[in-house]
Design a protein around this ligand. Structure first.
Ligand code: GTP
Ligand code: IMP
Ligand code: MG
Length: 336
């Protein structure tokens, strides 16, 4: 049975960190990437090195895992080939032959469009225009791109066969609940749904193949680009709290807000969450940075966790106290 990791806010919740942690800890045989495409940037900080991956699953840190990109995901050949080369992943990566292909014209359309670039504040990576072409049924597929030939595979088949054999499959979604085309803050959203059900579609598994849905929340949510953010705080307040983040893909400064429990409840409902991973608890209490035992967490952090569980009725099983993989408190044994 598969485990799916999704974002519960407006993306950048720290999915990269959580997925890479789970990959190293649980050692899944396959880590499969779902989500929109190279608009995402997952940060993985491991052994003192920081990686920002836009197409390759963050689970690459587990060296035995096969790394797959599902049919639903848009691929920019230049971006994916560079990541394979830079991370030395030749031989481990499989790209579904049906993945949609982002071409230069899509990037130009995205960046040149008053509506997408200025009003919505898109990432300018061509994803929106490519999904338009996909719906219009004139988008190229991965099988039409010569340079991708060595990597082509049937991801749905690989994943389903692995699950049938009882192997471990970790599914990595991107973006976040508030950016869902259907359930987010439309029209200030991305070009596709971003929930766990869509992640299943992206890689080609049915809902009965899923054991766990881990929703990742950040203790202070962030948002890049335009759109409503009911709990947003001023830049000065964010600075005072020491929360200054910049986008992995675009370099834009992220807007910061207070935790929105109503939104979290709703995100857990639509994702059918079985677990919550809570990141950046060191933003709640600076002294908590790098803490690795639940007993060492301050009362403030523990009370926050209790309230989150009470509101959502979902156990908080993983707590992140810093960007490094090792800065993680894993309560799955105790709570599940
Ligand atoms: P998208 O797929 O683009 O939505 O991104 P993401 O969810 O993978 O998150 P991203 O890596 O873009 O942003 C999260 C940021 O928070 C990164 O800079 C991480 O290194 C950092 N981070 C993750 N967990 C923690 C944590 O517990 N504490 C602190 N201080 N930073 C963290
Ligand atoms: P697009 O997906 O590039 O069209 O951008 C649409 C909206 O989604 C913009 O507000 C982007 O900032 C946001 N967005 C898309 N992908 C991500 C992501 O991975 N992290 C955070 N925001 C994202
Ligand atoms: Mg990101």
């Amino acid at each position: 049975m598969a485990t799916i990791v999704v974002g519960g806010q407006w993306g950048d919740e720290g999915k990269g960190k959580i997925i890479s942690y789970l990959a190293l800890k649980d050692k899944p045989d396959i880590v499969a990437r779902a989500g929109v495409g190279p608009n995402a940037g997952h940060t993985v900080t491991y052994k003192g090195k920081k990686y920002g991956v836009r197409q390759i699953p963050s689970g690459f840190v587990h060296e035995k895992a096969r790394l797959l990109i599902g049919a639903g995901v848009l691929v920019n050949p230049e971006v994916v080939l560079k990541e394979i080369k830079d991370l030395n992943l030749e031989g481990r990566v499989g790209i579904d032959y049906r993945c949609g292909i982002i071409e230069k014209k899509h990037v130009e359309l995205d960046r040149g469009s008053e509506h997408l670039a200025k009003q919505i504040g898109s990432t300018g990576t061509g994803c929106g225009p490519a999904n338009v072409d996909r719906a219009y049924r004139k988008l190229k597929q991965a099988k039409d791109v010569e340079e991708l030939k060595p990597y082509l595979t049937d991801v749905a088949k690989e994943v389903n066969e692995a699950l049938d054999k009882g192997l471990g499959v970790l599914v990595e979604n991107s973006q976040g609940f508030g950016l869902s085309l259907y359930y987010g803050t439309y029209p200030y959203v991305t070009s596709k749904d971003t929930t766990a059900s869509m992640a299943c579609v992206d890689i080609g598994i049915g809902p009965k193949k899923v054991k766990d849905v881990v929703v990742v929340f950040k203790s202070f949510p962030t948002r890049v680009g335009a759109g409503p953010f009911p709990t947003e705080m001023s830049q000065e307040e964010a600075e005072r709290l020491g929360i200054v983040e910049y986008g992995t893909v675009t370099g834009r400064r992220r807007r910061v807000g207070y935790f929105d429990f109503e939104m979290a409840k709703y995100a857990c409902m639509i994702n059918s969450a079985t677990q919550i991973a809570l990141t950046c608890v060191d933003y709640l209490d600076k002294d908590m940075k790098g803490v690795r035992r639940y007993e060492d967490l301050s009362r403030k952090v523990r009370e926050f966790i209790e309230k989150l569980e009470e509101e959502t009725k979902v156990p908080v099983t993983i707590i992140s106290t810093g960007p490094n993989l090792e800065d993680t408190i894993d309560l799955r044994k105790e709570k599940l």
